[in-house]
Design a protein around this ligand. Structure first.
Ligand code: KG4
Ligand code: ZN
Length: 350
């Protein structure tokens, strides 16, 4: 079934996205609509607004993608929809749409874990990426190191004990008045900043602990900002750059630790929204080179939420014969590795 064709739907946060992806890695058509204008004035994603926007946009978007590809639902082999984890209102809109399409077209449903979408997305971009690989999954809600052994086989080696790294970027950007969405805004500001200006903490770096922590770094940004009465643009850029460097050092240190635990890994891979950050990509690429491993990072558009990664996870699951029935639940939390131990202090993170 090298030409298996899957329609993928993503709606777990503030991107409404649909894509048609074939097993030979061709993206026949795709659409991504972000909701930045709707959430901007609140400084963060408002779940209710997000769910309503998905409900408004999703069906016409599915139609537009099918039209662009010049096919009907009958030509599709399966319908994949994000079933969690994420903001539950949006997840329900996407999953119910996927179920309705699957039922109407008589095609199998694939209820995709959003994190699995990120975890497999590098294989959509790079046909040479084979299992097993070490994946650093860094997004707004998650910061994990996963040993990816195959489709559906994810061993969690580390997670965050407090904030996700994307959350730390977003909150720091807000503290610095850099706008929304925070990650890209902070990276832009950091370009002209001096990363050595502030000696910010690097939580857990060098420790035997395997996990991540970013809460202390975020608080240090808050204190440094509070210590400046009327910061200039350069002051803000310096603090942004200092934060970015500290976060980057944390990611590299923890990833190096995990690499030592999985000598069988054939590549170091990064995915998720924060993987769009150039500084972080550069540092991880150096780490991989130092270990004699290839470094794989998807193109920027494939790092942040999109429909193609869900369609691609659907392709991989379909080819593995792993499909769902119409009972598949919408799940606000859904760990990729159900066997992973709960982490002390890890709060609500999946
Ligand atoms: O994967 P994603 O699009 O959505 C989630 O599943 O969370 O990730 C969004 C996160 C946000 O926290 C955003 O600020 C961050 O990724 N992000 C970045 C960059 N682009 C997006 N963080 C740092 N640098 C960037 N260039
Ligand atoms: Zn995501």
């Amino acid at each position: 079934m090298n030409n298996a064709l899957v329609l993928g739907i993503e709606s777990s946060c503030d991107e409404t996205a649909v894509a048609l992806v074939r097993a030979d890695r061709t993206i026949l058509a795709q659409r991504i609509a972000s909701q930045n204008e709707a959430h901007e004035r609140f400084g963060g994603v408002v779940p209710e607004l997000a769910a309503r926007a998905h409900a408004d946009r999703l069906a016409p978007m599915v139609q537009a993608v099918l039209d662009e590809a010049g096919i009907g639902l009958a030509a599709v082999d399966a319908i994949a929809g994000t079933a969690g984890p994420g903001l539950i209102g949006g997840v329900m809109v996407g999953l119910v749409t996927a179920k309705a399409l699957a039922m109407a077209a008589g095609k199998p449903l694939i209820a995709v874990n959003h994190l699995e979408g990120h975890a497999l997305s590098p294989r959509l971009a790079d046909a040479a990426l084979h299992f097993p690989y070490l994946l650093l999954l860094v997004s707004g809600g998650h910061c994990q190191l996963l040993f990816v052994e195959g489709v559906g086989r994810y061993r969690r080696l580390a997670t965050t004990i407090d904030d996700a790294v994307g959350e730390a970027f977003d909150k720091s950007a807000k503290l610095l008045g850099l706008g929304f969405p925070g990650g890209p805004a902070l990276e832009r500001a950091a370009r002209t900043g001096n990363p050595a200006r502030h000696a910010l903490p690097r939580p857990l770096v060098g420790s035997d602990e395997q996990h991540f922590s970013f809460a202390g770094l975020k608080s240090a940004v808050l204190r440094a900002r509070a210590a400046m009465a009327e910061p200039s643009a350069q002051d803000i850029a310096d603090l942004a750059a200092s934060f970015q460097q500290a976060a980057c050092d944390c990611l590299v240190d923890r990833t190096a630790r995990a690499l030592a635990r999985v000598p069988q890994a054939t590549a170091l891979v990064v995915a998720g929204g924060v993987a769009a950050n150039q500084r972080i990509r550069g540092a991880l690429s150096e780490l991989a080179a130092a270990h004699g491993l290839p470094f794989v990072a998807p193109p920027l558009w494939l790092c942040t939420d999109n429909g193609a990664m869900i369609a691609w996870a659907g392709v991989e699951r379909f080819l593995a014969g792993d499909v769902d029935d119409l009972h598949a639940p919408a799940r606000p939390r859904w760990p990729l590795d159900p066997a992973a131990e709960a982490v002390r202090g890890a709060g609500v993170k999946a």
